[in-house]
Design a protein around this ligand. Structure first.
Ligand SMILES: Cc1cc2nc3c(=O)[nH]c(=O)nc-3n(C[C@H](O)[C@H](O)[C@H](O)COP(=O)(O)O)c2cc1C
Length: 338
């Protein structure tokens, strides 16, 4: 089995190692149009300099209404392409591949005066705004907007796209019996995500891997179990998803007990059942843990979140610990000399 620092190749995506930077909202966008700023440029390119194989841009919304806060990113118009391309090109310069996570916050938006929408009118929590149930025509429009954002992402040079179907955002809201009580066709939990997947697939090159992030289980009182999600995976794969990025929770304020690799068993089971590449995430920043997940074949990539907020050069630190070679650009390697 390969290790953490071995090459990974799937369709047109070729990575120098199996370390992914997990999507993490920065809340630093220009608040009028959702464009990335210098913050994002520095944040993402420093992780590219730090040797990450695949950098994922944070949750980037397909329309302004779909933002959590008014400092979240959106990618909905052609004028925005240069703003994203600047980050993509710079990350490429340092050898990282870069993906974008396309999303819509739905009922988890907390912007004052926003048209907050969801499958129905159940709020996320007692303190959350009451959403408005989307009309069928509006759902179709949103599906079209996912396609537009995907095609803009291709123009900006992104190497892959991840659809955010987890953590209680709009697609997840439709997948969950706790939030979707609709009586129309979108009351079938997989239908909206499947239509989004098809739309995105038809707007990106054939050899570009399409990744879906899911919440394998929910934790609240009415939360679904793993079997509920396992039932939908064949539909998602048939619609054009290549890889799953396996997280949990988020559609309810209840949080799980967190410990190293607390979500990995779900990724592993999906990999074994469906024979597809999977990404595992969730407290994997101990290099021995990350390495053993890859060596044991439990996942194909490990995604690091908070560990990379603490340490942009986490990949180098991990390589030193695991006796692997990672060469940082410029004089940065001198920082690790003894
Ligand atoms: C500040 C912050 C922002 C996050 N934003 C996103 C996001 O935009 N999209 C997403 O799928 N997950 C998001 N997450 C979750 C992370 O991607 C990751 O799944 C989670 O932090 C667990 O991984 P870790 O233990 O390595 O941090 C965020 C996490 C943090 C800490």
């Amino acid at each position: 089995m390969p290790g953490l620092f071995d090459f990974f190749s799937y369709k047109g995506l070729h990575l120098r190692n199996r370390i992914m930077m997990s999507s993490m909202c920065q809340y630093q966008a220009e608040n009028k149009d959702g464009n990335p700023t210098d913050w994002h440029f520095v944040h993402y390119t420093s992780r590219a300099i730090g040797g990450i194989g695949l950098i994922f841009l944070e949750m980037t919304n397909i329309e302004l209404r779909g933002r959590i806060s008014d400092q979240c990113l959106t990618f909905h118009s052609k004028d925005q392409v240069p703003h994203y391309k600047r980050i993509v090109d710079e990350c490429h310069k340092y050898g990282s591949k870069i993906g974008i996570q396309l999303a819509h916050a739905g009922r988890k938006s907390v912007i004052d005066g926003n048209d907050i929408v969801g499958p129905g009118d159940d709020p996320f929590s007692e303190d959350s705004p009451i959403p408005r149930a989307l009309e069928i025509e509006e759902i179709k429009e949103i599906i079209g907007k996912y396609g537009t954002s995907a095609s803009l992402a291709v123009q900006a040079g992104f190497d892959t796209i991840e659809i955010h179907g987890a953590h209680g955002y709009l697609l997840h809201q439709f997948m969950s019996p706790a939030s979707n009580h609709r009586n129309d066709q979108y009351g079938s939990y997989h239908v909206f995500p499947v239509e989004v997947i098809r739309e995105i697939r038809s707007n990106i090159p054939k050899d570009m891997p399409l990744i879906l992030r899911i919440s394998a289980v929910e934790y609240g009182k009415n939360g679904y179990d793993f079997n509920h999600m396992l039932n939908f995976i064949p539909y998602f794969l048939e619609a054009g998803v290549d890889m799953l990025d396996v997280s949990t929770g988020g559609n309810d304020p209840v949080r799980p007990k967190v410990y190293p690799a607390y979500q990995t068993r779900y990724a592993q089971e999906i990999k074994e059942k469906f024979n597809i590449p999977v990404i595992s995430v969730g407290r994997l920043e101990n290099p021995d843990v990350a390495e053993s997940i890859i060596r044991d074949g439990r996942a194909d990539l490990v995604a690091i979140g908070r560990g990379l907020l603490r340490e942009p050069y986490w990949a180098k630190e991990a390589a030193v610990k695991l006796n692997q070679e990672v060469k940082l650009p410029g004089v940065y390697d001198l920082g690790f000399s003894v």
